[in-house]
Ligand binder design. Structure first.
Ligand SMILES: Cc1cc2nc3c(=O)[nH]c(=O)nc-3n(C[C@H](O)[C@H](O)[C@H](O)COP(=O)(O)OP(=O)(O)OC[C@H]3O[C@@H](n4cnc5c(N)ncnc54)[C@H](O)[C@@H]3O)c2cc1C
Length: 399
């Protein structure tokens, strides 16, 4: 593993630092509240993504012909790290940039790429992911939302659930059943659906954080042009899996976890407990040491994967490992913070005595959802066992 940076890499880091110092408003630094639950903040979030894109720091790994920078994985990692270190807000169009975009670049028609990629970059069009249904989460291939061809349109009927961003999205990348007679993985197609089409109803679901970040989405005779089919009829499972690997990598990003651990250490050193700082308590120290080892292991695994990627080796089950390790670690970090805070833990954001602007209880609740979203921990363990360790396949196929 050789991760020494070239002069060009160092220059990129300096350029971004300078740009952030000039362009990231102080009021938006370290603002970790859940943006999509607060509709009044959407215009500012879109403006931020556009600004970042115009400066050349969004979707850096996309080829130049599609609006990216043709960057290598190390350049992308430098940019991701710097944004997190500066406390920059996340991208509101994240699902478009990280999931739909790379999938369309691989599977889309030239016309689909021309039409859909530019507004993904500028956040002019926000995307949501229509995969899960009431009885199809882990066993995603059992999904039942139907799409039948009628002339040059599909007619879609059915229901999706847990659809993050659907209440503010312009478009959905959606899995539908187009051949009910075929084996379940072989009868699925991948459609791009305009969320303003007649026949779509979106009902927000309130999470335990109090935000309504995800939704139920109902389709009643929704007409979708055949030109919005990606990857061919009944070939949606292959396309869907390309998107899922991108999703797991996105959820498994490690820099933010390292930052959260540093915040936890600061909290332990400064929060009083029994007349001394919490970090002096042997039980707390034991927890912190355990977490430090996990954070360090996660970081070294990320470096190992980066090396593999730079050498062109296939990523294998890396996305599942990252997703499993990072989401569980994030939850344990927040839980330890709440243990340290004791009765201060549940205080609301507006309470004068609240610590760290009230992010810990929010992180605790939200991180639990991310252990489930994108395929649960149990499903990632199945994938690692079967595809990574070569253990026997379990009877029921997972996500
Ligand atoms: C915050 C959040 C955001 C989400 N956003 C989206 C979104 O934008 N779009 C979207 O399509 N979906 C989204 N989801 C849905 C998510 O993908 C599903 O919740 C997830 O795949 C699990 O499906 P399920 O909820 O139906 O649980 P189930 O599949 O019913 O699972 C229930 C339990 O059984 C376990 N289990 C199931 N099968 C197996 C097995 N084979 N082996 C071992 N254990 C098993 C699971 O691990 C889980 O503990 C989101 C979920 C959350 C929490």
């Amino acid at each position: 593993m050789d991760l020494s940076l070239t002069p060009a890499h160092e220059a990129l880091r300096r350029r971004l630092r300078t740009w952030l110092a000039a362009n990231l408003p102080r009021s938006r630094r370290d603002d970790r509240s859940v943006e999509y639950g607060e509709p009044e903040r959407i215009p500012a979030a879109k403006a931020w993504q556009r600004k970042l894109y115009e400066a050349g720091f969004v979707a850096m790994r996309w080829p130049r012909e599609y609006g990216g920078q043709g960057a290598d994985v190390l350049e992308q990692t430098i940019v991701d790290d710097e944004l997190v270190r500066a406390g920059a807000p996340g991208l509101i169009g994240l699902l478009g940039v990280e999931m739909l975009g790379p999938t369309l670049i691989e599977w889309g028609t030239p016309e689909q790429k021309r039409r859909f990629l530019p507004p993904v970059l500028t956040a002019d069009e926000i995307w949501c992911q229509g995969y899960s249904e009431p009885d199809s989460g882990s066993d995603l291939a059992s999904l039942r939302t139907r799409a039948e061809l009628d002339g040059d349109h599909f007619v879609v009927n059915g229901q999706k659930v847990w659809t993050s961003y659907a209440h503010l999205a312009d478009w959905m990348f959606c899995l539908v059943r187009t051949d009910p007679e075929a084996p379940k993985h072989a009868g699925i197609s991948y459609l791009l659906i305009d969320m303003r089409s007649a026949g779509i109803t979106v009902r927000p679901l309130v999470q335990m954080t109090g935000d309504a970040g995800f939704n139920e989405v109902f389709f009643e005779d929704v007409r979708v042009p055949q030109a919005n089919l990606v990857g061919g009829l009944n070939n949606g499972w292959q396309v869907a899996n390309a998107t899922l690997a991108h999703e797991r990598n996105m959820l498994g990003a490690t820099t933010r976890t390292q930052q959260t651990f540093q915040s936890l250490l600061r909290l332990a050193r400064t929060h009083g407990r029994g007349g001394r700082s919490a970090s002096a308590d042997p039980v707390v120290r034991q927890h912190l040491a355990d977490l430090a080892i996990r954070v360090e292991t996660m970081k070294l695994e990320a470096y190992r994967q980066l090396t593999d990627s730079l050498r062109g080796r296939p990523s294998g089950i890396a996305a599942s490992i990252n997703k499993l390790v990072t989401t569980e670690l994030n939850h344990d970090l927040a839980r330890t913070a709440l243990d340290i805070l004791g009765s201060y833990g549940p205080l609301g954001r507006r309470d004068a005595r609240v610590r760290d602007r009230g992010v810990w209880p929010l992180d605790y609740m939200f991180s639990l959802g991310l252990i489930i979203g994108g395929g649960t921990s149990q499903i990632q363990k199945n994938i690692i066992a079967e595809r990574g360790l070569g253990l026997p396949r379990e009877a029921r196929p997972g996500r």
